[in-house]
Design a protein around this ligand. Structure first.
Ligand code: IMP
Ligand code: MG
Length: 189
């Protein structure tokens, strides 16, 4: 597979994260805030979004797995790494890279709600449209995108492309080769 086109540029992502960060700053002024990044995909979003939040925040990570190397969600979610801390009584903000089938989120919301946070909210850079999934209240939404497989900005295909500075669409008609990853970087110039 190779990157077929740039869907969202690095500049557009930064402008959106600045807006989301400003909204979070307004909403959590004077409150405690724990931002939880869902690994691996959200490591880039959390790092950049947190720097647009002008408040003292704490960060933590949880690693879950729902994809197994391919481009389709299996529906089976496993915790690979749990939080380092208790969240009871805390204002928790889950930070996701993308919401696709919602399997990951449904599982996470259920798992974290049991731990009795004071509030539990959700931020996601990307939301795939035209996907059937349970309804979630998403307090901080980034971009709505078509139901295509995307990579970059934390999102991978077989663990590659996570460090592309933009969101790109994969060309599902071609087979993968190491040079395709290089091509993805050329698109960014
Ligand atoms: P969901 O459980 O189907 O909502 O998917 C959630 C996770 O699947 C995301 O956090 C991503 O890690 C991964 N994922 C979903 N769609 C894509 C995509 O288009 N590209 C890369 N990873 C994806
Ligand atoms: Mg993810």
């Amino acid at each position: 597979m190779k990157v077929a086109k740039v869907l969202i540029t690095a500049e557009e992502i930064d402008a959106k994260l600045a807006e989301m960060g400003a909204a979070i700053t307004r909403d959590y002024e004077g409150k405690d805030l724990l931002m939880i990044g869902i690994l691996k995909g959200a490591f880039v979003v959390l790092a950049d979004l947190a720097r647009h939040v002008r408040l003292p925040v704490e960060t933590d990570f949880m690693a879950v797995s729902s994809y197994h190397g391919g481009t389709h969600s299996s529906g089976v979610v496993r915790i690979l790494k749990d939080l380092d801390q208790e969240i009871e009584g805390r204002n928790v903000l889950i930070v996701e890279d993308i919401i696709d089938t919602g399997h990951t989120l449904k599982y996470l919301l259920r798992t974290l709600a049991v731990r009795k946070p004071k509030t539990l909210s959700l931020a996601s850079l990307l939301i795939k449209d035209d996907v059937e999934r349970p309804h979630f209240d998403i307090q901080y939404e980034g971009f709505h995108i078509p139901n295509e497989f995307v990579v970059g900005y934390g999102l991978d295909y077989n663990e590659q492309y996570r460090n592309l500075p933009y969101i790109g669409v994969m060309d599902t008609n071609s087979t993968s080769s190491p040079t395709d990853v290089q091509e993805g970087f050329k698109l960014a110039d």
